[in-house]
Design a protein around this ligand. Structure first.
Ligand code: ZN
Length: 388
């Protein structure tokens, strides 16, 4: 019923009954419950009612119920609080420039960011009813664990339990990989929303993909699907953060981009933890715009590696669209010709119908995916929202 009201706008009780096949009595009692939880409200009478007394319309009451998304990256956290109608009511980015990436150091900071957001949201008379956290790594959502996050150095850490302890609030906390959540945001709210076969490729420090197949997230047997950054493209290539060598990430991660395009600055930029990933990419873009020959040549090389990996994705999953995110849209003007040529040359013609698009959701896609993830849990089980 909630999904119906959210997706198709206001309806009368009779209208809901007709569409859902539920009886009028069942609809009335469910509506009463949803109103008591602050999820549905009654609005003015239906105007085009032809016969009898005008019926009261019901609509999703999206304004007072808020979900929080927190994206954890190497170097920053990004928090977004959206109401059920998708409007942002609070947003904050916090650099993690001095802190170590150790689990015991980062989780209290994450908890503090969430508490701060809850205070801000609730001082406006709204209620926070769910949280989802995005991490750059493999998660076990059922057990609330981060199984492996190579760029943070985390392995089998109980993120959900520890956050729950520190928050001291009985709120449902979800957990997923940042690329999966970016893919969810793209699938629900991006420029190619609703495309059933979609791959979202995220390059920040590491590289990962969120894979939507037939309209559903593809997670694999243990939730580790989409770790395309760790597929091998260059045996005996550079050492990767995961411990292996020649992973795709070593050719199109942030480190590779900097060494390819601004080799004289790369070591300093990588070491400087005060800089965000966007700030580290800025000199690459500046030199490319100035037609610096080293930068142009480096970006073409980067583009070829990007295309080779895209070809692997195209042949593995046959998506309709691959959406590029993270810093990839920033460097797209100088890498995409090479990338598309390499992708076409290295994939089967039968897979060649795949479009490659830049995300329009910016750097907040992961956090946006978190708020959507948390609100979808409520749509699946509205009893998670307490009575007003
Ligand atoms: Zn690797």
């Amino acid at each position: 019923m909630l999904r119906l009201l959210a997706g198709q706008g206001p309806r009368s009780r009779a209208g809901v009954a007709a569409v859902t096949g539920l009886t009028r009595a069942t609809v009335s009692s469910l509506v009463a419950d949803l109103i008591d939880r602050g999820l549905v409200e009654e609005v003015g009478p239906e105007s085009d009612q032809r016969v009898g007394r005008p019926a009261t319309l019901l609509r999703l009451d999206g304004s007072k119920v808020v979900t929080i998304g927190l994206e954890l990256e190497v170097g920053f956290t990004l928090l977004l609080a959206n109401d059920l109608a998708g409007r942002t009511v609070y947003q904050r980015r916090r650099p993690l420039s001095r802190e170590s990436t150790a689990f015991d150091d980062l989780v209290p900071i994450m908890a503090k960011e969430i508490r701060r957001a809850i205070d801000a949201v609730e001082s406006d008379g709204r209620r926070v009813v769910g949280i989802t956290v995005a991490v750059p790594g493999v998660t076990d959502a059922a057990r609330g664990l981060v199984v492996r996050a190579p760029n943070l150095g985390w392995r089998d850490v109980p993120l959900r339990a520890r956050l729950g302890e520190l928050l001291e609030r009985d709120l449902p906390i979800g957990l997923d990989n940042e690329a999966n959540l970016g893919a969810l945001a793209e699938y629900r709210a991006g420029a190619v929303a609703g495309t059933p076969h979609l791959v979202y490729l995220l390059a920040v420090n590491g590289v990962g993909a969120g894979i939507v197949i037939d309209g559903a997230m593809f997670r694999g047997a243990s939730g580790a699907a989409g770790e395309v950054g760790h597929t091998t493209v260059q045996p005996r290539g550079l050492r990767c953060a995961c411990g292996s060598s020649g992973c795709w990430e070593t050719t199109i991660g942030l480190r590779a981009l900097l060494y390819d395009a601004v080799p004289d600055l790369a070591a300093g930029l990588i070491r400087d933890r005060r800089l965000s990933p966007e700030a580290k990419v800025a000199p690459v873009v500046a030199r490319a715009k100035a037609n610096n020959p080293v930068a142009i040549k480096g970006l073409r090389k980067f583009g070829r590696w990007l295309g080779i990996g895209l070809a692997n994705i195209v042949d593995s999953f046959n998506p309709q669209v691959i959406v590029l995110a993270g810093f990839l849209p920033e460097v797209a003007p100088w890498v995409m010709d090479e990338a598309m040529a390499a992708m076409r040359a290295n994939s089967l013609a039968e897979s060649g119908q795949c479009r490659v698009e830049m995300t329009t959701l910016g750097f907040t896609a992961g956090a946006l995916g978190c708020t959507i993830h948390a609100s979808e849990r409520l749509f699946a089980d509205p009893t998670l929202v307490p009575y007003v």
